[in-house]
Design a protein around this ligand. Structure first.
Ligand code: DUC
Ligand code: ZN
Ligand code: ZN
Ligand code: ZN
Length: 491
């Protein structure tokens, strides 16, 4: 047969193993994996020689904020579906899962899903899906979980903080019980909102308002407490939960204990918690606002080590970016919206929470050289696909089943370490928190459904806006509750 594309001589890495294989692609799917040399003279429209390079399933970033209204402070996210997904493919990510936010004034979820679907339609450079962000779990909204499933949405996110989003414990239980019935995975932002507001008031009373006090207002204990409470609520209902953007080794410890007990508790972390510290918030003027995200970067190297340990030992199931982009130099919708007439030096509580990172996630993590290549693929591609119901269409290289979504790295001998520079990134943000950080890896090619969409040495972004498709998701293949129905009489 004539193949659409063959990739020769590469070192193919999946979550399961590493080996030297040639890969054949036809009609957007992986058709064949064969020992190196086997496809050397096969007829193909395109041939990529990957000698000496890693070839991996494309990155899946399951935590990306695009085109969202102000939810975490004053600004709106700077990237729309076009710029955010362009940035994704330039960094080796082939599928993102972003959020469809329900506004607290809405009693339904379907409006949010439709509005977000319209924002994404014909805009994306990579494939995508949505998590429904549930901020108002009315009985109507809960009843709509079954419609979400029909429409290919199998996960939701809830918050334990932020006035516009925070659910009370009884509301969380309502959500978890319905999620259990419908086979939905619940992502939880675990920070104690009441403690955080109290801490903020203490700082305000002392006029401590600089960006660095964002970190002071959200100490680890408030993340650890909420994580513990989320796990308890999940255990009561016996349903899978995933704690997102875990920043604290102490929260990771609580999660590990729950996992050891056999509870279906999963966790995510992000590069900022392996790389940034609270000192990055402590810069002259308002600069520190660039690294304000929630939870905040922690104290130092020991915390980073704790997060790496959790990645290596399986406490963390996935590694996402939490790309939540706000322009710095914009007094209406950016970080500088926190500078007002009342607070001419800025007030940390108005700084929109989030950092850009969809493009740098894979390169920063692989360059750190702390994970085996297989573990890297597991955390950044295969596990996100499994837990969010995309596997094995995504996150795998199974002939006949998997989409030909691939990230091909440079041969290790050909790329010299170089500093990350915002001027070379593709997001719509005027800074990166990683400016000047050295990386030794960057994707040479990104392929989505067999098409080269990123060719770093020959055109850069060569994919087209609108090529990315909405992907329907099934229930998680990684997590499930007990098979018996939840019954209060069993307590
Ligand atoms: N939570 C997120 O998931 N992203 C940005 C801010 C936040 O609090
Ligand atoms: Zn080889
Ligand atoms: Zn969050
Ligand atoms: Zn987020």
């Amino acid at each position: 047969p004539q193949y659409d594309c063959i990739i020769l001589n590469g070192t193919v890495v999946t979550a399961a193993d590493v080996g030297c294989y040639d890969i054949a692609i036809k009609d957007g799917k992986i058709m064949l994996l064969a020992p190196t040399g086997y496809l050397a003279s096969a007829p193909a429209t395109r041939v990529i020689d990957a000698e000496g390079a890693y070839v991996m399933p494309g990155g899946i970033d399951a935590h990306v904020h695009l085109a969202e209204p102000p939810l975490f402070g004053k600004g709106r996210t700077a990237d729309d579906y076009a710029t955010g997904t362009k940035s994704a493919i330039a960094g080796g990510t082939t599928t993102i899962i972003s959020f469809a936010p329900q506004d607290k004034s809405q009693s339904s979820l379907l409006g949010a899903l439709d509005e977000t679907s319209i924002k994404a339609a014909n805009q994306a450079y990579c494939d995508y899906s949505f998590h429904l962000l549930v901020s108002n779990p009315t009985s109507q909204a809960l009843d709509e979980f079954s419609i979400l499933r029909e429409r290919g949405i199998s996960s939701i996110k809830i918050y334990m903080t932020y006035e516009a989003l925070q659910l009370r414990d009884n509301q969380i239980l309502d959500v978890l019980l319905k999620a259990r019935t419908e086979g939905i995975t619940t992502m939880i932002h675990a920070e104690n909102g009441d403690v955080l507001n109290w801490m903020t008031k203490q700082l305000e009373d002392r006029s401590l308002l600089a960006p660095k006090y964002h970190a002071t207002s959200r100490p680890q204990i408030l993340e650890t407490e909420a994580t513990n409470r989320a796990i308890a609520l999940g255990e009561l209902i016996d349903t899978p939960i995933l704690i997102v953007h875990v920043s604290s080794p102490s929260a990771a410890e609580v999660i590990r204990r729950a996992q050891t007990k056999g509870l279906p508790v999963y966790a995510e972390t992000c590069p900022q918690y392996m790389i940034l510290t609270r000192d990055d918030l402590d810069k002259p003027g308002f600069e520190g606002a660039k690294c304000v995200c929630s939870p905040p970067p922690r104290e130092g190297a020991e915390d980073h080590e704790g997060i790496w340990a959790g990645l290596q030992n399986g406490t963390f199931t996935i590694l996402s970016s939490d790309h939540c982009p706000f322009v710095f130099d914009d007094s209406e919708n950016g970080k500088k919206a926190a500078i007002t007439a009342e607070f001419p030096q800025g007030h940390f509580k108005y700084i929109p929470n989030g950092c850009p990172g969809v493009e740098t996630r894979l390169a920063l993590t692989l360059s750190a050289n702390r994970l085996t290549p297989q573990k890297f693929v597991e955390l950044t591609s295969s596990n996100p696909a499994k837990i969010y119901g995309l596997y094995p269409q995504k996150g795998a290289l199974i002939p006949g089943l998997s989409d030909a979504d691939l990230t091909i790295w440079y041969p290790s001998s050909t790329l010299d370490p170089f500093p990350i520079q915002n001027s070379t990134l593709h997001h719509n943000v005027d800074y990166t928190p990683y400016e000047g950080k050295m990386v030794s890896q960057w994707p040479r090619y990104t392929l989505i459904r067999g098409e080269v969409v990123w060719d770093r040495d020959n055109g850069g972004v060569v994919g087209k806006k609108g090529y990315g498709q909405f992907v329907k998701r099934d229930r998680s293949s990684l997590s499930s509750s007990n098979s018996s129905p939840w019954n209060i009489e069993n307590f």
